[in-house]
Design a protein around this ligand. Structure first.
Ligand SMILES: Cc1ncc(C[n+]2csc(CCOP(=O)(O)OP(=O)(O)O)c2C)c(N)n1
Length: 363
């Protein structure tokens, strides 16, 4: 299968994208990738400093999610996996909400009930993240199927990794979507690892995109480090979905340059040379070179953007670290319209225990 590309490894255009992308959108794509990279770096360090409990970074994969999220309309749904911060930023998730979720403080939209890195925002049509690998794939198909039944002009995009394609949920979702021509876009960030399991142990297929054939719809292989190509593939898939032509599987080929998570050490299972090879295909550097070449960016502007983004991240962290944790009493909210008596008793008991331990510690 041919791989869709617009930029070569140095960021020179080799084929114009099939859609005109406005200059402001190109710059926004670049800045959102930069923001994601810097946020990832800062959050990783914060975990090492003990200021957040856990983090999953996406260094090197920024074009997969910014290229795709930027090709959707605001009315479309996004089902996140957990390695797509820039898709949430593109949608409008504020850096404050993002950082608050990492800390589980009182500003956290998920009220401290999700582990760090599991953000979501109903108002932005961003589903909340589920840890069990692949669960979001059939959920997204259900959402898109509902849009079809309700005759809503919206599509749903779902992100997942290459490892998720070995889950039964992937098969169920792909099969259902094919049979019922569901307006869904499957976007596989093929970063070639599922923790320590390399791609060649995940599938014997030549490409993941090929798997779409078995379900009766189109698969597209795209250079996942080329934001313009990912944009084109996604926009095409979204147009198809809106025209009633059903689902598309997009395989965005990239590489997980960092650890799987802050609990992983990839030096135990792969060689540095492989990582270095992929650093040379960096999606942000390629886009930067493209923008410089088109005179849409100068080195001075770039230095200013980088400084502004870093300063914003630091000031948001300072702000959010001052916010108290979610009140313990909130544990009892949101499940029952009216709290049953047994939970009411438990709540009263817990509050009493907390109060007396507070009194004791202040003596
Ligand atoms: C059902 C299930 N099995 C195992 C895990 C542990 N786990 C978390 S992420 C992950 C790897 C997933 O890899 P992939 O789908 O390729 O996505 P990536 O992390 O590379 O982005 C695993 C095995 C889990 N969360 N859920």
């Amino acid at each position: 299968m041919n791989m869709l590309q617009c930029l070569d490894d140095s960021g020179t255009i080799i084929r114009e994208p099939a859609y005109h992308i406005e200059d402001a959108i190109l710059l926004k794509q670049y800045k959102t990738m930069l923001l994601s990279r810097f946020v990832d770096d800062r959050m990783f360090k914060m975990q090492r400093q003990g200021r957040i409990g856990f983090y999953l970074s996406s260094t090197g994969e920024e074009a997969t999610y910014v290229g795709s999220a930027s090709a959707l309309e605001e009315r479309d749904w996004i089902f996140l996996c957990y390695r797509e911060p820039g898709a949430a930023f593109w949608r409008g998730l504020s850096l404050n909400f993002f950082v608050a979720q990492m800390m589980g403080n009182a500003n956290d939209l998920t009220k401290g009930r999700q582990m760090p890195n599991h953000y979501g925002a109903r108002a932005l049509k961003l589903s909340s993240i589920s840890s069990p690998v692949g669960t979001q794939i059939p959920q997204a198909v259900g959402c898109a199927w509902a849009s079809k039944i309700l005759k809503k002009d919206e599509t749903t995009l779902v992100y997942f990794g290459d490892g998720a394609t070995s889950q039964g949920d992937f098969h169920t979702a792909m099969n259902f979507a094919g049979v019922f021509k569901v307006p869904v876009i499957f976007l596989c960030r093929n970063n070639q690892f599922a923790i320590s399991v390399p791609l060649e142990h995940q599938t014997a297929a030549l490409t993941i995109a090929d798997k779409a054939v078995a379900y009766g719809f189109e698969g597209i292989l795209v250079d996942g480090n080329d934001v313009l190509a990912v944009y084109e593939a996604t926009r095409k898939a979204a147009e198809k979905a809106r025209n009633g032509e059903g689902p598309t599987l997009i395989e965005a080929l990239t590489y997980r340059r960092g650890a799987h998570s802050t609990s992983d050490d990839p030096r135990m299972y792969r060689k540095d040379e492989e990582v270095l090879k992929w650093e040379k295909r960096d999606p942000i550097q390629r886009m930067k070179n493209y923008l410089l070449g088109r005179n849409l960016l100068t080195e001075e502007e770039n230095a200013r953007f980088e400084k502004e983004i870093q300063e914003e991240i630091m000031s948001v962290i300072v702000m959010e670290e001052k916010i108290p944790t979610v009140p313990v009493s909130s544990l009892f909210d949101d499940v029952y319209a009216e709290l049953p008596s047994n939970l009411k008793n438990q709540k009263e008991y817990l509050m009493k225990v907390l109060q007396s331990s507070k009194n004791n510690s202040s003596k």
